[in-house]
Write a protein that binds this ligand. Structure first.
Ligand code: PEP
Ligand code: MN
Length: 338
C-alpha cells in the first residue's frame, strides 16, 4: 500500500502514519520528496488491511493499493525518476551513460587499450568481467582477482568508473574495492540471498534482466535490492529467451517505455548479449536510445577475433567509435546528450 501525504503535511502527521503501520506489524519506507512525502507500507498482509485505516489519518492525501508485487521500485512510491550518482557520474540524468569494455578481462594490454578507447570516445564506465558466469564449467571463468586488480589499475590510469559482475556474497567487498558499480548478472537476477546482502550495502548495483524474467519479476528483484536501504539501483535490459533463434536473445525494446512508466529506476540496454552478433549491435543500440534508455552497456575488444569470450558480439574499436558518433543525433532527437 502507498500512502501519499498532503503537500505541507507535518513531520508529526508523517510519524503518525508510520507508527500506525508499525503497530499493525508492517514495515515502512519513506520517500521524502520536495513536494510531498510518500510512505510505502510493506508486508505480505497489506491486502487484508482496509486502506481507510490510513486514509482517515490527518495529513493523508490518498492511499493506493499496489496490485503489483513490487513497491519500492514503483513510480507510485517514488514519482520522480531516480538519478543515481556514482563518483561524479549520474545515471538517469540528461546525459546518456555508456559503459563499454570486453566481456572478460584477459590481459593488461587488452584492458588498458580498451580503457583508452572508451575514454576517448566519451564513455564514462569501463566494463570487464573478472568472475565470469559461464554455461559450461570448462569455459574460461575469468582472471578472477587478477582481473579485479587490472580493472582497479585501469580505473586509476584512465579516470573511468568500473562495472564488473559479482557472483557470490563472499565476493561483494572484494569486488567493491575495485569497482564503482557491481553488476548482478542475468543468471543471478533471482539469487535472493545475493540481492539481500547487496541491499545492506550502499554500492551502486546494475541489475540485469533474467533471461526468462518478466518485467514484473525484474522489478520485484529490484525491490530486494531496495528493501534494506540501498538506493542506487540501475536496471539493464539484455534480451530475453523467445522462440526466435536467428539471434542470441530477443531484445525486448518495449521493456524500456514499460519500465519508464512503472518504475523510477534508470534503465540501460546491453545490445551485445541481446543480439550476440556485432553486426546487429549498432542498430539495437540506436533503437534503445530512441526508445528512452538512459545508456548502454556494450562489449568491445581490441581484436574481437581473438577474444576468449563473446568475440562474435564484441565491437572492434573503429565500430565502437562510429557507433558513439552515430548515437549523438539520435540522443539529441529524444532530448538527451551523449
Ligand atoms: C555480462 O554482461 O558480462 C554478462 C554475463 O551478461 P548477462 O548476465 O546479461 O548474460
Ligand atoms: Mn559477454
Amino acid at each position: 500500500m502507498i500512502v501519499q501525504m498532503k503537500r505541507g503535511a507535518t513531520r508529526e502527521e508523517v510519524d503518525h502514519v508510520v507508527e500506525r503501520a508499525k503497530s499493525l506489524g508492517f514495515g515502512v519506507q519513506l520517500n521524502i520528496g520536495t513536494e510531498t512525502t510518500v510512505i510505502a507500507i510493506l508486508g505480505s498482509d497489506t491486502g487484508k488491511t482496509p486502506s481507510d485505516i490510513f486514509a482517515v489519518l490527518p495529513g493523508v492525501e490518498a492511499v493506493s493499493r499496489i496490485m503489483k508485487p513490487y513497491k519500492l521500485a514503483s513510480r507510485e512510491f517514488h514519482p520522480q525518476s531516480s538519478l543515481i550518482k556514482i563518483n561524479g557520474c549520474e545515471v538517469g540524468g540528461n546525459r546518456l551513460v555508456v559503459m563499454a569494455g570486453p566481456c572478460a578481462v584477459e590481459s593488461e594490454r587488452q584492458l588498458f587499450d580498451t580503457a583508452a578507447t572508451v575514454k576517448k570516445a566519451g564513455g564514462m564506465v569501463l566494463r570487464g568481467g573478472a568472475f565470469k558466469p559461464r554455461t559450461s564449467p570448462f569455459s574460461f571463468q575469468g582472471l578472477e582477482e587478477k582481473g579485479l586488480e587490472l580493472l582497479g589499475e585501469a580505473r586509476k590510469k584512465y579516470g573511468l568508473l568500473v562495472v564488473t559482475e559479482v557472483l557470490q556474497i563472499e565476493q561483494i567487498e572484494k569486488v567493491a574495492k575495485y569497482a564503482d558499480i557491481l553488476q548482478v548478472g542475468a543468471r543471478n537476477m533471482q539469487n535472493f540471498a545475493l540481492l539481500k546482502e547487496l541491499s545492506r550495502t550502499d554500492h551502486p548495483i546494475l541489475l540485469k534482466r533474467g533471461l526468462a524474467a518478466t518485467v514484473t519479476e525484474w522489478l520485484t528483484a529490484a525491490d530486494y535490492l531496495l528493501a534494506e536501504g540501498n538506493q542506487r539501483v540501475i536496471l539493464c535490459e539484455r534480451g530475453i529467451r523467445t522462440f526466435e533463434d536467428s539471434i542470441r536473445f530477443t531484445m525486448d525494446i518495449s521493456s524500456i517505455p514499460v519500465i519508464k512508466r512503472f518504475s523510477h529506476l534508470p534503465v540501460l540496454v546491453d545490445p551485445s548479449h541481446a543480439t550476440g552478433h556485432a553486426a546487429f549491435v549498432p542498430a539495437v543500440a540506436k533503437a534503445a536510445i530512441a526508445a528512452g534508455a538512459d545508456g548502454l552497456l556494450i562489449e568491445i575488444h581490441p581484436k574481437p577475433e581473438t577474444a576468449l569470450v563473446d568475440g562474435l558480439q564484441s565491437l572492434s574499436f573503429p565500430a565502437f567509435e562510429q557507433l558513439m558518433a552515430d548515437l549523438a543525433p539520435i540522443a539529441k532527437a529524444v532530448g538527451r546528450q551523449m
